[in-house]
Design a protein around this ligand. Structure first.
Ligand SMILES: Nc1ncnc2c1ncn2[C@@H]1O[C@H](COP(=O)(O)OP(=O)(O)OP(=O)(O)O)[C@@H](O)[C@H]1O
Ligand SMILES: [Mg+2]
Length: 266
């Protein structure tokens, strides 16, 4: 699909959101490649498996990887009653609901999306305001790296954000970057639900994110090891947490439970 057709779809949709979403979670980090999408996808999947009605909004316009990690390839969004209809994922593990919206369902597979700020803002606005999510318990938003256009648009447009989940790897250079995410959240008045350490292990070390979280008076949600099975499952298009007995799945489930607990308080 070319840029013109995308714009046509977007123009067909009016701005009127009546859907009810209880908890809105932003998964973010200033640094690229630290595992935001892996965490957003597995979190959304885990929530839907626990029976929650869950929506995954992939707000990464230039690198929309969330569908790939869920094994979605040729799905396309369409518009009904002036609303974008999300892709509804069905599998036997999902006792709730799992719906996904992504730029990947609009753009051609290998095409680079070359959009400047205002058009990106318009698309994000449509993704925020004009998707027929229905009633949701949780909306998980997978943000692109950094604190640029998409993150600003989402933080401004999404009403009543429950909070951000900041992901970092444990090495010092990553921790320097993560301060930017913390400051971004604070400046945008987005409460910080907590921080997750990802890819802990011999390569990047471990423990650094917990120390930083405590120093910044932020809740530490837990640590996930660097494990090649996580990479392999991402590549296969399957959430790694379907493997109930893996140690990394257990760690991740504890993180999910902490997130659920903190949203109950808010
Ligand atoms: N704990 C982990 N162990 C091993 N591999 C991981 C782990 N977490 C993520 N990965 C892998 O690292 C790569 C980057 O992860 P991912 O795409 O989730 O990062 P990202 O922060 O969303 O990246 P981007 O900034 O480009 O959006 C992927 O191949 C993913 O499968
Ligand atoms: Mg990503």
């Amino acid at each position: 699909m070319n840029k013109k057709t995308n714009t046509n779809i977007i123009n067909k949709i009016n701005i009127n959101n009546t859907d009810k979403i209880k908890h809105k979670l932003l998964v973010m980090s200033a640094k690229g490649g630290v595992g935001k999408t892996t965490i957003a996808v597995n979190l959304a999947y885990a929530l839907s498996r626990k029976g929650f009605r869950t929506g995954l909004l992939d707000a990464d316009i230039h690198g929309p990887n969330a569908p790939k990690m869920l094994g979605l390839k040729d799905e396309k969004l369409f518009v009904r009653n002036n609303k974008i209809v999300p892709i509804n994922i069905k599998d036997n593990n999902i006792s709730g609901v799992l719906k996904v919206v992504s730029m990947a369902f609009l753009a051609g597979k290998e095409k680079a999306v070359i959009w400047r700020g205002p058009l990106k803002h318009k698309l994000i606005k449509q993704f925020v305001e004009d998707v027929a999510w229905g009633e949701l318990d949780y909306q998980v938003v997978d943000l692109p790296p950094g604190t640029g256009d998409e993150s600003i648009s989402i933080s401004q447009l999404l009403n009543n954000i429950t909070g951000s989940i900041i992901v970092s790897t444990p090495q010092q250079v990553a921790l320097l970057d993560v301060i930017k995410s913390i400051n971004f959240s604070r400046e945008m008045n987005v409460p910080i639900i907590g921080m997750i350490e990802n890819m802990a292990g011999d390569l990047f070390g471990r423990g650094g994110v917990k120390i930083l979280a405590h120093k910044e008076h932020i809740n530490f949600l837990g640590s996930l090891e660097l494990d090649k099975r996580i990479t392999q499952f991402g590549d296969k298009g399957k959430p790694f947490i379907i493997n109930n007995t893996w140690d990394v799945s257990e760690s991740f489930n504890r993180i999910v439970d902490r997130i659920i607990q903190s949203t109950k308080k808010s």
